[in-house]
Design a protein. Structure first.
Length: 316
């Protein structure tokens, strides 16, 4: 029991330290320099932002396969609004609002049709991606330069390296979501639903309302990931973030979440996303071809699912 508890609680940290040491030996000591660590943080920011919402969904025993499509839609909406002359802040809010609307649709379909979330979000993944391509006329949309383009840009000052604003936003939201899951009634209801939905319903938890809310919140956070993606690309791209949902789900599972629900932490999800970013950047700096990186990423996803099944078997 002590060994299993140690692996569950300290596994993500040990995994992050291990991959950092491996790539520091392979690439060289420059891999652990401040500039490269910030590059890793910026690379992980988009997956981390989406993983905050996915953590809440998986805790409630759900899943959302439409995350990547929602990110793409958000970038397209932001670019279109900027081209129409809307201020950057309102354009970003418009992208997040469009994402939240997609999440509400997911929640309503899951609760009203009583279909498993995997099937519902598989359908909305294609629906939202098609909507993004239709709005963009199946091409990238150039947008005017604004402060949105600087959210993930390195900032230098006389006192050393300062994190980009996008990373500070990620830290603030991570603390907020962690507080919601740990200290609020809504957070406790999500864990109750994920552990045993029938018992939660008998205890007076409004399951349908909670599910609609959690899918809406998760999609809004995916919309914010779209804002960061737009900052990185400076264009609205309906084809971007293809397969991102797999990285996000893997990050949550590596961080200690369970596909069966009832388990998951924000810190673990952030560490899981960082582990994947370290592997991707380390592989690139080592000069490994793209197909090798894809094999490694696929292996990580399989390992994450196997780890989840092992934890459930050990608990049983």
């Amino acid at each position: 029991m002590k060994a299993r508890t140690l692996i569950e609680k300290g596994g993500p940290v040990l995994g992050l330290v291990l991959v950092c040491v491996v790539f520091a030996l392979l690439v060289g000591p420059q891999f652990l320099r401040a500039g490269n660590l910030e590059l890793i943080a910026r690379q992980a920011a988009i997956v981390c932002m989406a993983a905050l919402g996915m953590t809440m969904v998986i805790v409630s025993a759900g899943i959302d396969l439409s995350v990547g499509s929602i990110v793409a839609l958000s970038t397209v909406v932001i670019a279109l609004l900027l081209r129409s002359g809307m201020p950057p802040a309102l354009a970003a809010l418009g992208g997040v609002a469009a994402a939240a609307l997609c999440g509400s649709l997911n929640g309503l379909l899951v609760t009203r049709l009583r279909v498993v979330p995997f099937i519902v979000t598989l359908g909305t993944m294609l629906l939202v991606r098609g909507a993004a391509k239709g709005l963009a006329d199946e091409r990238r949309i150039e947008a005017p330069i604004s402060w949105l383009n600087d959210l993930l840009r390195t900032v230098e000052s006389g006192h050393g390296l300062v994190l980009p604003w996008g990373l500070w936003l990620l830290v603030a939201l991570a603390l907020l979501i962690a507080g919601v899951l740990r200290y609020t009634r809504f957070g406790r209801h999500l864990f109750a639903i994920g552990s045993n939905e029938r018992t939660a319903r008998l205890c007076g938890v409004r399951v349908e309302r909670c599910k609609v809310a959690v899918y809406t919140i998760a999609a809004a956070l995916a919309g914010l990931a779209g804002v960061l993606q737009f900052s990185k690309l400076s264009v609205g791209d309906p084809t971007v973030a293809d397969g991102l949902e797999l990285d996000v789900i893997a990050a949550v599972i590596i961080g200690g979440g369970s596909l069966l629900g009832g388990k998951g932490t924000v810190l673990g999800s952030v560490l899981g996303a960082t582990i994947m970013a370290v592997i991707q950047i380390g592989s690139s700096q080592k000069g490994l071809p793209n197909w090798v990186q894809q094999i490694v990423t696929g292996g990580i996803i399989v390992l994450a699912v196997a780890l989840d099944r092992w934890r459930q078997g050990s608990a049983g």
